[in-house]
Design a binder for this molecule. Structure first.
Ligand SMILES: [Zn+2]
Length: 239
């Protein structure tokens, strides 16, 4: 019997909204929804649904790596094409630190950073500051300064930490911070060279110390030294 007000007769935009909201909660629920009727299946094909799909980190890792998961890989590829920033960020982390192409990883990370994904901005900033040349360090420092002023560092570190800790330890390609490539190079700076000691006292005195507002190097007036402190934290996110 024909039901003019039945769910299958909802406008496409409404179905798209429903599919988008469902995808933002659970990809599995989205799959069930798409199988319910033609209208839902069509709405589930819209870019915006892929753009905001929320994929558990273990699923993304498993789909990316297992040759058996072609459907999952296709889904991830659609998410990337549709501008899903979380999927893009994780993929860039994987390329940068887990054996993909570093160059491609950095380029993808910069795409995410340009679209205001703050964890991508944070990662770009750290990677630039770890380089040896002044220009890269300076660019990285500027982004670091913006994130610090916005109070965004803690959440960025938590997001990055989640992604990198969702991988196998033996696969990680660790960034290094050496004494000679630290950001503060002023011999007149009274705090220069002390960030490692502050890090150790924070970490071993209080346990994990991702929270910037609570101790750390926030009291140090030199922004270059605070950046160095964050670089030390950054490389220890891989521990
Ligand atoms: Zn300094």
């Amino acid at each position: 019997m024909y039901h003019p007000t039945g769910p299958a007769n909802l406008p496409h935009d409404v179905w798209t909204l429903i599919a988008g909201r469902t995808a933002a909660q659970s990809v599995r629920d989205l799959c069930s929804l798409r199988m319910s009727c033609t209208a839902a299946r069509n709405a589930g094909e819209e870019d915006i649904v892929y753009q905001f799909a929320s994929i558990p980190i273990w699923d993304q890792r498993w789909w990316s790596m297992s040759p058996m998961r072609q459907a999952g890989r296709n889904f991830l590829a659609r998410c990337m094409q549709s501008g899903n920033l979380e999927v893009l960020f994780r993929s860039a982390v994987s390329d940068l630190f887990l054996g993909g192409s570093r160059l491609a990883g950095m380029e993808t990370m910069q795409v995410g950073a340009a679209q205001d994904h703050s964890a991508a901005q944070y990662t770009v900033s750290m990677m630039l500051m770890l380089r040896d040349d002044f220009e890269s360090k300076n660019k990285g420092l500027q982004t670091f300064h913006v994130l610090e002023a916005a109070g965004a560092l803690t959440i960025c570190k938590l997001v990055f930490h989640d992604v990198i800790q969702g991988t196998w330890t033996h696969m990680r390609r660790l960034p290094m911070v050496n004494a000679e490539n630290l950001v503060c190079s002023s011999h007149a700076c009274p705090s220069r060279g002390n960030m490692g000691a502050i890090y150790r006292s924070q970490r071993y005195g209080r346990g994990w110390d991702l929270n910037d507002g609570d101790g750390g190097a926030a009291h140090i007036p030199c922004v270059h030294c605070r950046a160095d402190y964050e670089l030390i934290l950054f490389v220890h996110l891989f521990d």
